[in-house]
Design a protein. Sequence first.
Length: 181
Amino acid sequence: MKKWFVALSVLLLLCACDAQNPISREYRCWFLFSYTDHPTSLLFTAVQNPGSYAYVTTRGDGKKSARHVTVKFNDPSVPLEDNIIRTDLENNLRYDLGANNDIGLIIGCTNFDGPRAYDGSCPNCPTLRAMNWSGNRQQVTCSQCSRTYSLDTGNIISGEEGSSLMRYNCAFDGTTVRAWN
């Protein structure tokens, strides 16, 4: 009886902890980007400056053609950045950018909580579409359902109730930006 009680207690504790965990597990997220190999990338500006964000996408399989990591900063005056992945280490990594690699991730730095990564697609719409920068460019809006999300919290700030943005772990250690779940 005591073993059963302990097992049930552990299970309940794990469920309670998972309910508090804001990291999405619906889609696989795995992304690494090296400062050593791309020191001028806008992505490093985004993760180090509160209120700065960038859309990150990838294309190419790393074997038949060169892999590209594109970065679109939340400042409309800054052109799209195309980083060609040239090292064997980076080319051999599997890049999974959440729901859709073509839509990608939104990676940046919140005003209060450091580096953050979100899925770039709306969690409340059945059709995967990239959201658009809006407001002060620290928000994104879905063109399909018209919900607007805060990039500081991931929460809906305008539109119908629904799910918050899908969030992934994010870190910058001075040499590498990582996003994962």
